[in-house]
Write a protein that binds this ligand. Structure first.
Ligand SMILES: NC(=O)c1ccc[n+]([C@@H]2O[C@H](COP(=O)([O-])OP(=O)(O)OC[C@H]3O[C@@H](n4cnc5c(N)ncnc54)[C@H](OP(=O)(O)O)[C@@H]3O)[C@@H](O)[C@H]2O)c1
Length: 107
């Protein structure tokens, strides 16, 4: 996959590779992460989506596939939170790049 693609190209790519059963997703309150979440909910091969978010994700409250974990520090997880992530087949990380860069630099 090319390093720079449009949202539509990425979703098309995802529709061809999403054969996982359990997915971890970040950035679900954002433009891209929200679109990926909507696509993943509709994807039959995805049985469970664990969303890591610092605030509630209003758009997906009616899907039984989705568990939202409210996380205050994306680098720190309780044992209970780690247990919810256990067994995931893939993680799609759509938090804005600045966060990753800041953490990489400061830790
Ligand atoms: N939009 C595009 O067309 C496009 C295309 C290619 C690549 N990208 C890249 O894709 C990434 C996401 O883009 P986007 O348009 O979806 O961005 P966006 O709409 O601004 O969403 C950003 C997401 O990151 C989360 N986030 C930001 N800062 C955070 C922090 N400090 N801690 C925890 N969560 C944080 C936001 O959560 P909150 O709701 O809690 O703020 C939100 O879910 C960016 O790196 C962007 O450069 C975007």
């Amino acid at each position: 996959m090319p390093s720079r693609v449009s949202c539509h190209e990425y979703l098309f790519y995802l529709s061809n590779v999403l054969t996982v059963m359990k997915l971890i997703l970040t950035g679900a309150t954002g433009t891209i992460g929200g679109a990926v979440l909507a696509k993943a909910i509709l994807e039959p091969a995805v049985a469970h989506i664990v969303v890591l978010s610092r605030r509630p994700v209003a758009t997906i409250t009616n899907s039984s596939k989705v568990t939202v974990l409210i996380v205050h520090d994306f680098m720190l997880y309780t044992e209970a939170e780690l247990a919810q992530l256990d067994g995931a087949d893939a993680c799609i990380w759509w938090v804005h790049l600045d966060l990753i860069m800041r953490n990489t630099i400061s830790r």
